[in-house]
Design a protein around this ligand. Structure first.
Ligand code: NOJ
Length: 539
């Protein structure tokens, strides 16, 4: 595997989003401050010390990504934006946002906000104008098409949400269909139109001028759809064919435009894209020649079975594909997918944490992951999301008081097992998952090898994923046992010291690298000294 010697190396300038750990907050579910059962911006402010109070008794994250808090009818819980430049009253006000930003910055926490450029809400004034008549000046800000001859939608393009079906909805008043790759209440903007591009530049400037550190870009491989409306090839038995309406060449122009805009600001403003094309090779293209997105989410881990070889393969492919100037990232959970602890089981949460926080690449944590929150079974009469994503969006579990300290009212989604699993209960327990997360995050801050070092795989028996991180003479070894049996692994020769073990009682132990003992479902991060010989990397 090629070693990465480019800007990803230790010589690169400090970039907070490369060196740091990022944390996703779903504002509806983090902390409610006014008893309406829905989280809000003042609530987030009140919990910032959990994220980083400057000491290792906090989690120590360097940045937060806030899912949308803009004005919205909430058909897709904020991903249907009716005003990009205002805060929905459910979440607070612009003044609250400014306060959140300065309180976060004061603690060294950067803030990125969600940019939702693929579509607006159908209640956005742009769409209200566009649908008012065929001749309206904003008509062309969205995609319109006549019914196909004989009636029905213009082509076979489908919404991402299975229950929606066709990506087209008929606007009866003007007799044409409009395009929407999500809900009918989320009409797609027409990215061929320069006025749309300029309007979205204005949105970005609005938030950058307020001081945000960047954006998470929703559906970043969507945006531009073919001008012609030819059908997608039909579904084949071997899976979906390449779809014509996603991941177009022309979308890269937009990302280059946004990169220029970000670079025109001082500070280190960045964008991380939700990019979900077919395969890592196409994902890499969204970094451009270091002139597009600074990061594209690698969702590979979200789709792997719990096997060391599956995770190793994602890492090795990503390392091999990324050009030297580009920087990897990893994530185990988000607001659209089942939580990692539910996918893999509670016993594996420690190994998953160690993996995420010791690889070369920016780790993105999802709120609640640090205490091992699981998906919550939602009774039928409490289901609110069109696409079955309520289980992974339930409120943060702060303590064992009623409603887990999240709200004094009725929570918008049922609470999980807060009495058993909560921040307060784990904070002072050195054996807790939260303590493990904190030890790993703070270790990463101290270790140049973990933050910036090169990655290389180490040969290991089946079921173990082992690797080295090296920089400036510092060598850190990581060995993760994905199996349910204890194993012995040879990581090299000589003795070394355990920096962090998933079983905290081993922290600080001296061990022989020829025979590293790994209990079931356990991992160790080891400090090797320069005289230590490491095993050969895998070919
Ligand atoms: C991706 C977001 O993560 C998801 O929650 C949303 O429903 C769609 N984009 C549409 O904005």
């Amino acid at each position: 595997m090629p070693e990465n010697r480019g800007l990803g190396g230790t010589e690169s300038p400090q970039r907070w989003w490369r060196d740091g750990v990022l944390y996703q907050i779903y504002p509806r579910s983090f902390q409610d401050s006014n008893g309406d059962g829905i989280g809000d911006l003042p609530g987030i402010i009140s919990r910032l010390d959990h994220l980083n109070d400057g000491t290792p008794s906090s989690l120590g994250v360097d940045g937060i990504w806030l899912s949308p808090f803009y004005r919205s009818p909430m058909k897709d819980f904020g991903y249907d934006v009716a005003d990009y430049c205002d805060v929905d009253p459910i979440f607070g006000s612009l003044a609250d946002f400014d306060r959140l930003l300065s309180e976060a910055h004061r603690r060294g926490i950067h803030v990125i906000v969600d940019l939702v450029p693929n579509h607006t809400s159908d209640q956005h004034p742009w769409f209200e104008a566009a649908r008012s008549s065929r001749g309206d000046p904003k008509r062309d800000w969205y995609r319109w098409a006549d019914p196909r001859p004989g009636g029905g939608p213009p082509n076979n393009w489908r919404s991402v949400f299975r229950r929606v079906g066709s990506a087209w909805t008929l606007d009866r008043r003007t007799g044409q269909y409009y395009l929407h790759h999500f809900l009918p209440e989320q009409p797609d903007l027409n990215w061929w139109n320069e006025a749309v591009r300029e309007a979205m530049d204005g949105v970005m400037r609005f938030w950058l001028d307020r001081g945000v550190d960047g954006f998470r870009v929703d559906v970043a491989h969507g945006l531009v759809r073919p001008r012609d409306l030819r059908n997608n090839p039909p579904f084949q038995v071997r899976g979906w064919p390449r779809l014509r309406n996603w991941d177009l060449e022309e979308v890269h122009e937009i990302h280059r435009r946004w990169r220029k805009l970000l670079d025109s600001y001082d500070g280190d403003r960045m964008a991380v894209g939700e990019v979900n094309p077919r395969g890592l090779a196409r994902l890499v293209r969204y970094y451009g020649n270091d002139d597009e997105l600074q990061l594209s989410f690698n969702f590979g881990f979200l789709e792997q079975p719990w096997r060391a070889e599956a995770f190793r393969s994602i890492v090795e492919r990503w390392e091999a594909l990324l050009p030297p100037v580009s920087w990897p990232d990893y994530t185990l959970s988000n607001h659209d997918r089942s939580r990692a602890v539910t996918r893999y089981g509670e016993a594996r949460a420690g190994v998953a944490a160690m993996l995420l926080l010791t690889l070369r690449g920016t780790p993105f944590l999802y709120y609640g992951e640090e205490i091992g929150m699981t998906d919550v079974v939602i009774p039928r009469d409490r289901i609110v999301d069109i696409d079955g994503r309520d289980p992974e969006r339930t409120p943060m579990q702060w303590d064992a008081t009623p409603n887990g300290g999240f709200t004094s009212g009725g929570p918008w989604l049922p609470m999980g097992d807060f009495a058993r699993r909560n921040v307060r209960g784990q904070r002072d327990d050195p054996a807790s998952l939260l303590s493990l997360y904190r030890r790993l995050v703070w270790l990463r801050k101290r270790s140049v090898a973990l933050r910036r070092g090169k990655y290389r795989s180490i040969r290991a028996p089946r079921g173990v994923f082992a690797y080295a991180r090296e920089a400036e003479g510092e060598q850190v070894l990581v060995a993760l046992n994905f199996t349910r049996s204890p194993l012995r692994v040879a990581l090299g020769s000589g003795s070394a010291r355990v920096l962090v073990a998933t079983d905290h009682s081993r922290d600080g132990d001296s061990i022989e690298l020829e025979r590293v003992h790994l209990p079931r479902d356990a991992g160790v991060t080891i400090q090797a000294d320069q005289r230590t010989t490491m095993s050969q990397k895998t070919p």
